[in-house]
Every structure is written in C-alpha cells, then in structure tokens.
Write a protein that binds this ligand. Structure first.
Ligand SMILES: NC(=O)c1ccc[n+]([C@@H]2O[C@H](COP(=O)([O-])OP(=O)(O)OC[C@H]3O[C@@H](n4cnc5c(N)ncnc54)[C@H](OP(=O)(O)O)[C@@H]3O)[C@@H](O)[C@H]2O)c1
Length: 303
C-alpha cells in the first residue's frame, strides 16, 4: 500500500491511540494533533514516523499549517465535545488539500433516524451535515463515517454492556437484543483498510463488526469461563431514555445521568439500528470477525 500522511485529531484518547499504532504498523506517516497545553502527548508511543503537533482547534491557520501535505484526517474527539467542534478542522482539511476526512463517528448508526435524534449525537449529526456541504463544494474532498457499533474491549473494561469485573449487569429489555460490536484494534485496522479502498468508501457510512452479541450471551460466555453467578438488575431502555431526558431538562444536567444511558439506548434498544448484519462492509475491508473461542478469550481478559 502507498504510504500516506495521516493526521489524527483527539489522538490521545481511547480510539486515537490504537489507531495511531495500526497506521504506523501499515507504514503510514502519522501526525498526532493535541490541544495546546494538553499533557495527552505523554500517552503516545515514540516512533520515527509519528510527529506530535500542538494545535488550536478554533484556529484555521493553526490547523491548516498542521495539515499541510496530509492525505487523510481522522477526528477522534470524544462524544461529549460540543456541537460544531469539528467544523474548523473540516475547513482546514479542505484548505490544506486533504482528500479523506473521517468524522468522529466510530459508534452506532447515525444514518438511523432514531439514533441520529438522540441528543448525545447532535455533534456527530452536525459534522456529517457540514461535511456533506463541503464535499459538494470541493470535488477533491471526501469523507467516510465508520460505524463499528459499541467498542467491544472498551465496553467490557468500562462496564458498558455488562461488568465482567464485578459479575454484575443491568439488563435492558430482557437482554436478548443482538448488537454489533468491534474491538479497537479491528476499528483501527478498518481505518487502514479504508485508506486502501478510497473509491469504494467515499462519502458514505461504512459498517463493520467483530461479532453480534446480546447482553445475555456475554454473561453466558463469562459463566462458562469461571462458573460464577452474576448479580443482575432489570430495566427497560424506554425508562432509561425517559430518565436521561428528565436529567437533560435540568439547569445543570449531570452527564453521568444522561450520556452513558443514552449511548446504551443507542446500542441496546430495538429500532436504533444496532445490529449491522444486513448491511455489513466487513468483506470490503477484509475484516473476518471473531468466533466463539476468540470472544471467550477476550472476555477472559476482563473477568
Ligand atoms: N462505540 C463506542 O463504544 C465508543 C466508545 C468510546 C468512544 N467512541 C467514539 O470514538 C471517538 C473518540 O472517542 P474517545 O472516547 O476516544 O475520545 P476521548 O478519549 O474522550 O477524547 C479524545 C481526545 O480528544 C481531545 N479532546 C478532549 N476534549 C476536547 C475538545 N473539547 N476539543 C478537542 N479535543 C478534545 C483530547 O486530546 P488532547 O488532550 O491530546 O487534545 C482527548 O484525549 C468518538 O467519536 C466517540 O463517540 C465510541
């Protein structure tokens, strides 16, 4: 594959660090952008093909200078960054002649209207609309919105779907809804593969997963490994959603009470498009998925 210059914005977070590793492993030249004054750079590996550049995400000149000569930009800002936080980065990418922009998606299906209407995705939806306008006006510019579903390893570590560490879980709607899920390594490899398939992946959502699982299946896998009982609470996604909206009505909403719950709704509730099986792009990107033994071996790391 031809080596490209790829910039990662929000490079020092959960998604950015493994992405840097896979891009470097594939022979690309990587620029990690971090905010001026951030100490995040200390988390990055040292590598001859990795440059670290401090930028001001509100300054078009700061970003354009940093992006000069790059073919691709991957935005990995966290989900809680405010609406419009990717706009200047997108503008600077156009000015610098970048050809492929990956908005900070990397989750559930923002092309599904119920999912897109969740307030936690307002920034993602705004960025997609902004990108589509820029792509129309600039023929050399394109985007890919990569949807891997819930992060599998991150989700097990952070008790997003079930908590293997404490053998406990809140089960939503009975726990049998299948959802797509992908490890950070596979997501990062998918980004590398998209750069090798620019034509087929331009200006659209792309769907990948390592596996489709349910909450109950994850618990069954864990039980098979260590035989321990689980402490389960039961609720519904509709009540989680209602409580989150109640919290959002408050003058100072507590993100703990609406952010995680609404993200869980986007994965675990029916009608939000969380199972990508019917429109999967794994084959195009060379993603093989995980079998039961691989899933069990991953689960064992978090028990
Ligand atoms: N599907 C899933 O289960 C799942 C889970 C987690 C995340 N995600 C998605 O993955 C993407 C990246 O999320 P993440 O959790 O990796 O991000 P993160 O760790 O929250 O943040 C990434 C980096 O962004 C920078 N940053 C923080 N606040 C910022 C701001 N206001 N403006 C600009 N930069 C800021 C920081 O880097 P510096 O300090 O170095 O500037 C930070 O290390 C998002 O699109 C998110 O929705 C999906």
């Amino acid at each position: 594959m031809t080596s490209m210059k790829v910039a990662i914005a929000g490079a020092t977070g959960a998604a950015g660090i493994p992405m840097i590793q896979e891009l470097l492993a594939a022979g690309h030249l990587v620029t990690a952008l971090t905010r001026v004054g951030s100490s995040g750079a200390s988390k990055l590996p040292s590598h001859p093909n990795l440059s670290i550049v401090a930028v001001d995400y509100e300054s078009i000149s700061s970003l354009t200078n940093a992006l000069e000569g790059h073919q691709a930009v991957v935005a990995c800002f966290g989900v809680a960054t405010p609406i419009g936080s990717q706009d200047v980065l997108i503008d600077a990418s156009v000015v610098a002649g970048v050809s492929r922009f990956f908005p900070a998606e990397f989750g559930t299906d923002t092309d599904n209207s119920r999912c897109a209407n969740l307030p936690v995705f307002a920034n993602k939806v705004h960025a997609l609309e902004y990108l589509k306008k820029k792509v129309q006006a600039n023929p050399g510019f394109s985007y890919t919105a990569l949807c891997p579903g819930a992060f599998l390893d991150w989700g097990l570590k952070h008790a997003f779907f079930v908590d293997p560490k404490t053998h406990s879980a809140t089960i939503y709607d009975g726990g049998n809804l299948p959802f797509s899920t992908t490890t950070l390594t596979t997501i990062s490899k998918a980004v590398v593969s998209i750069l090798a398939h620019l034509e087929e992946t331009q200006n659209r959502h792309l769907y990948i997963h390592d596996a489709v699982v349910t909450q109950n299946q994850l618990i069954a896998i864990a039980k098979k490994i260590d035989g321990k009982d689980w402490d389960l609470a039961h609720t519904t996604t509709s009540s989680a959603e209602a409580s989150a909206y109640e919290e959002l009505e408050k003058e100072k909403p507590d993100p703990m009470k609406f952010l995680f719950p609404l993200l869980q709704v986007s994965v675990l509730a029916e009608g939000y498009g969380g199972d990508f099986s019917a429109h999967l792009d794994n084959k195009l990107l060379g993603i093989e998925g995980m079998d039961d033994a691989e899933l069990a071996s991953l689960m064992a790391r978090y028990l």
